[in-house]
Design a protein around this ligand. Structure first.
Ligand code: NAD
Ligand code: MG
Length: 381
């Protein structure tokens, strides 16, 4: 029986993770659950799954919530609740499925205490990859990526000889604006940006897919998770999202990981590892797929991908600046305060304005994040 804590339990990944746990009651049990604001759903999930700790991260206290939780369940608030969830009930795995840089403190906490992590949150690695890498040198924690592309690369690279590895090829769905003109994309509405062709995800990552920032963040994740230099990471647009990513050797051999377009697959891989559980989502039927297509990403139409590549090559605080500007700008876009094209502009202007900031230590990362977000909120809405 593995004990699992779920940070961001009310979200897209969180709910799919709970589905896997519900389908495998003999294998998994829940220790802790967190949500940002939805206390009703949090309590109902805690009752259903028998969590002994619940955290509400978006508030600093809630007397009503404390009254409603079942007896014997501990309650925490704010960002501290994320960190406390990593220890409450001694979980074997902590699934970090919150949005944004909020994923970094619990990730560091798990690494420091040798707890295994199923990592869906990508912003934590983008901002603190160098710190994660350093901590991994002495940490007993295993890190399982819960992102279809990263989980694919993990499976392709697992146990193989990487001598002669030529490149890692991340697949991108192309998002909702693949065949739109640059002008139309700049004025796309919130509803249009949220209409992802293949995946049903939280709003922030769905917008990131529409700008291609998501793929940029994944390049940075790949660099830190697998120690692959960014020049060896390519992106190919694959509209069907059946191949989740690939590796290629010098001799031309390519190894791809394919599977149903369903996040429960990487989630169950992370939870079950090293066992392979019976699929919760069915199997591929190749004959009905007919064809798989591949295109080059258009960096002119989707400049966020270029900004992310620039941020990696510049290094230092640049990935933190890129991420902070993007988080703030996506929020403003979802609130209809800036146009879709404003996201890219916010990222570009933050990258040129804040190049002097530092992000060596955790404190510097959080300060840089705060300063860049303040600039975007104050100047671009
Ligand atoms: P979501 O918006 O559906 O859910 C987010 C969860 O985190 C919710 O439970 C919410 O209450 C909580 N939350 C929101 N803001 C928070 C904050 N500031 N602090 C703490 N908790 C907060 O998001 P999602 O689609 O499940 O994505 C979660 C993470 O997983 C993101 O980093 C995303 O990039 C990554 N991811 C998601 C998918 C997917 O298919 N949804 C795939 C790959 C990676
Ligand atoms: Mg992905």
């Amino acid at each position: 029986m593995k004990k699992i804590a779920i940070l961001g339990a009310t979200g897209s990944i969180g709910r799919q993770a709970l589905d896997i746990i519900e389908k495998n009651p003999d294998l998994f049990t829940v220790t802790a659950l967190t949500a940002h604001r939805d206390s009703e759903q949090l309590i109902s999930l805690a009752k259903k799954f028998g969590a002994k700790y619940v955290g509400l991260t978006g508030v600093s206290g809630d007397i009503e919530l404390e009254k409603k939780v079942p007896k014997g369940v501990d309650v925490g608030f704010g960002i501290r609740a994320l960190v406390e969830s990593c220890a409450a009930g001694n979980p074997d795995i902590v699934l970090i499925a919150v949005v944004g840089i909020a994923g970094l403190p619990p990730l560091v906490e798990c690494l420091e205490h040798g707890t295994n992590v199923a990592l869906a949150n990508k912003e934590s690695l983008v901002c603190g990859g160098h710190i994660v890498k350093e901590k991994q040198k002495t940490s007993k924690s295993e890190l399982f990526p819960v992102d279809s592309e990263l989980c694919a690369v993990y499976q392709c690279l697992k146990g193989v000889d990487t001598t002669g590895l030529r490149r890692v090829i991340l697949t991108a769905s192309g998002g909702p604006f693949f065949d739109w003109s640059k002008e139309d994309i700049a004025n796309a509405t919130v509803e249009q940006a949220l209409r992802h062709p293949n995946w049903n995800m939280g709003k922030k990552i769905t917008v990131d897919c529409a700008t291609y920032m998501n793929k940029g963040l994944e390049i940075i994740e790949t660099k830190w998770l697998f120690d692959i230099s960014p020049e060896m990471i390519d992106v190919v647009v694959h509209r069907q999202s059946i191949i989740h990513s690939m590796i290629e050797y010098n001799d031309g051999a390519v190894i791809a990981q394919m599977g149903p377009t369903d996040m429960r697959q990487p989630i169950q891989y992370a939870f079950g590892h090293p066992e392979r559980l019976e699929s919760a989502v069915g199997h591929l039927d190749f004959a009905s797929l007919k064809s798989l297509t591949f295109d080059k990403p258009d960096l002119n139409k989707f400049p966020c991908l270029r900004h992310a590549m620039d941020a990696i090559s510049e290094g230092g605080a640049m990935p933190v600046i890129l991420n902070a500007a993007n988080e703030a700008a996506v929020e403003l876009f979802l609130e209809r305060k800036i146009p879709f094209g404003g996201i890219e502009q916010a990222v570009a202007s933050a990258m040129s304005k804040f190049a002097h900031l530092k992000a060596g230590t955790l404190l510097e990362i959080y300060n840089t994040d705060t300063e860049v977000k303040r600039f975007v909120y104050n100047n671009l809405k």
